[in-house]
Design a protein around this ligand. Structure first.
Ligand code: LLP
Length: 406
């Protein structure tokens, strides 16, 4: 199914046909007929990832929530629903999208440091599974609004565990320098306060240490931290129904074909081996990138190949407004020329049309010899690609195409 970007719904698709097709694993004819730039989602890869999650968690040792912020495409959320996962949400808009997809409200967690009153009311009116609370003022606001609505809010306190996940500074979230969670030093006090509030049902503790984490060491440190905290609360006679360890598992941006799926077995295995949960305690995960990152590519077309004194630029029709990760986090995505008629490669800077010098997808990138009209795939763009797109420079939002063979 093709979903065109909102701003260009009335435009005709204008295919450029006739270039040689390489055996790329992409449905080339369909790609050729779709107006660029657009996000291409390989739904078979998404389903394999979700099946693997369900296989690894079939013993019910946990509930996996999909972090919708990674990609809110309605077809993707529907697939999540069909595989029975819960969702992690960060705005009223995401709550509405999840409700529309038919996700049961009891499977929804609502995270984020700045929940607006209307968003809290929306969550309460649907009796969502849990509010992950990040500060005392937020806790008090939820209690007050729940009181007015004669509701009980299920709450988990987000703890800032002060663990450096050694990922990019803009996507680390578990150290005391950033805005997330409640400092471990004042946690006992906040837990006590939450237990005393009339319209708060304190469910558990919530953690999230960062994103694109590919080593298990930070997750092991998180397990140690949680084990120590649970011991500490045992001594006080406090028992939590649920422990939410967040998300953060990274994907292999360098080798998307060799590793289309993340190392889910090692990831879940780490928590299974290391966490000492109490009897009856439920474990929750909130994975975004690991679920959708590998299934998506941004497909764009070469507008011009421009030679300058020391560089050769491939100028494509997608820009930083379509995929901001390289400009914002210095992220590197594999780039592939899908239609080159050449066997040999050359070195290019791949850039977009936006009027910013950071509108660069890759520096010194080796591509099959490239020319105007070639189709380019920017790989591993399923997470934080479409969901972070903007209309900067009054450009249209990118369209999307979900492709399935099975
Ligand atoms: N839970 C919470 C509370 C989060 O803040 C996040 C992501 C997740 C779960 C899901 O994390 P994941 O499994 O996807 O790593 N835009 C950045 C990533 C920002 C992540 C924000 N929080 C990027 O493109 O790399």
């Amino acid at each position: 199914m093709i979903r065109d970007g909102t701003a260009r719904e009335n435009h005709q698709l204008q295919p450029i046909m006739g270039y040689g097709l390489k055996d790329s694993g992409f449905p080339m004819e369909t790609l050729q007929q779709t107006r660029t730039p657009f996000y291409y989602y390989d739904m078979d890869v998404l389903r394999k990832t979700l099946d693997e999650i369900n296989r690894l968690t079939a013993d019910d040792f946990c509930t996996v929530h999909y972090a919708v912020k990674a990609n809110g495409n309605p077809q993707i959320i529907r697939e999540i629903k069909e595989h029975g996962l819960g969702v992690d949400l960060v705005s009223g808009g995401e709550i509405e999208a999840a409700l529309k997809a038919g996700i049961p409200a009891s499977m929804m967690n609502f995270s984020g440091v700045g929940k607006a009153d209307w968003e809290i009311s929306l969550g309460l009116s649907h009796d969502i599974g849990c509010f992950n609370v990040e500060s005392v003022p937020e806790l008090l606001a939820i209690n007050e609004i729940a009181g007015e609505m004669e509701k009980q809010a299920n709450v988990a306190i987000r703890v800032n565990p002060d663990i450096d996940a050694h990922t990019h500074k803009y996507i680390t979230t578990g150290t005391t320098d950033n805005k997330f969670g409640i400092d471990i030093e004042v946690l006992d006090q906040v837990v006590k306060q939450a237990m005393e509030l009339e319209n708060i049902n304190l469910h558990g503790l919530h953690f999230h240490i960062g994103s694109q984490i590919t080593q298990m060491r930070p997750f092991e440190m998180l397990c140690d931290r949680i084990n120590n905290l649970l011991d500490r609360f045992d001594d006080k006679g406090i028992h939590f129904e649920s422990i939410n360890v967040g998300g953060g598992l990274g994907i292999d941006y360098e080798h998307p074909d060799e590793h289309p799926l993340p190392d889910l077995e090692r990831y879940f295995g780490t928590f299974k081996r290391m966490l000492r949960l109490r009897p009856g305690q439920q474990l929750h995960f909130e994975l975004g990138r690991a679920i959708v990152g590998g299934c998506g590519s941004l497909i764009c077309r070469v507008l011009y190949v421009k030679e300058s004194r020391n560089k050769r630029f491939v100028i494509v029709d997608a820009g930083m407004n379509d995929l901001i990760r390289p400009a914002l986090y210095e992220a590197r995505h594999r780039i592939q020329n899908l239609t080159s008629r050449h066997e040999q490669t050359d070195v290019y800077d791949v850039v977009g049309p936006v009027c910013e010098s950071s509108d660069v997808f890759a520096h010194d990138c080796q591509l099959l010899v490239t020319q105007r009209g070639d189709l380019i795939a920017i790989r591993s763009a399923g997470a934080y690609g479409e969901s972070m797109a903007s209309t900067y420079n009054m450009r249209s939002l990118p369209g999307s195409l979900c492709h399935e063979t099975m």
